[in-house]
Design a protein around this ligand. Structure first.
Ligand code: SAM
Length: 163
């Protein structure tokens, strides 16, 4: 799924001169349905009191939702599929202040992975309804996991966890 945008370079921005590698293999586990149909309609970061969004999980992964309802907060990872991938320096909002890609949460990055902490509203019919997303409708879903602040590992702690 490569719908990468290659337009709209701003003053001060720099493109990686090397040939950009194609995607590594990521297994999408579903699709995110949001009310945001264009990038301009997406918030820059999702709000926990924002609109309900729906994580539609593929049938073969729906059993993997078992137990998720006990967590109030989840981390959701998604593939910002319409982003360009080749900018090393970026000029957010075209202000002339140019910074490195890894100093930004911009969707424009070599691996356009978005991460949001969301509030779980309910689980229904192989889907998880959440608040807190900022992505386009039909953005591919990579992963869902309990937010680490809430999560106590099921397995016993290891010596390395005590430090
Ligand atoms: N919350 C995530 C993070 O911090 O990793 C993503 C933040 S990113 C700044 C959110 C912006 O990415 C949105 O405002 C929108 O402009 C853009 N965006 C959303 N969905 C996208 C998609 N599927 N492809 C490309 N850009 C997208």
């Amino acid at each position: 799924l490569n719908q990468a945008d290659t337009t709209g370079i701003r003053s001060g921005e720099v493109i990686n001169p090397a040939e950009v590698q194609n995607d590594a293999f990521v297994q999408f586990i579903g699709t995110i349905r949001t009310p945001f149909t264009t990038r301009d309609l997406c918030p820059r970061q999702g709000a926990l009191d924002g609109p309900d969004c729906r994580l539609e999980v593929l049938p073969e992964w729906q059993a993997a939702l078992k137990g998720i309802e006990k967590f109030a907060m989840l981390d959701v990872l998604y593939w910002l599929h319409e982003s360009r991938r080749d900018l090393v320096l970026q000029s957010p909002k075209n202000t002339g202040n140019t910074v490195g890609t890894f100093a930004l949460r911009s969707p424009v990055r070599p691996n356009p992975i978005g991460l949001s902490q969301v509030r779980l509203i309910r689980v229904e019919d192989g889907a998880v309804i959440v608040k807190g997303l900022d992505c386009l409708d039909k953005t591919p879903l990579i992963d869902i996991k309990p937010n680490r602040c809430e999560y106590t590992p099921e397995a016993p702690f290891k010596a390395a966890d005590q430090a």
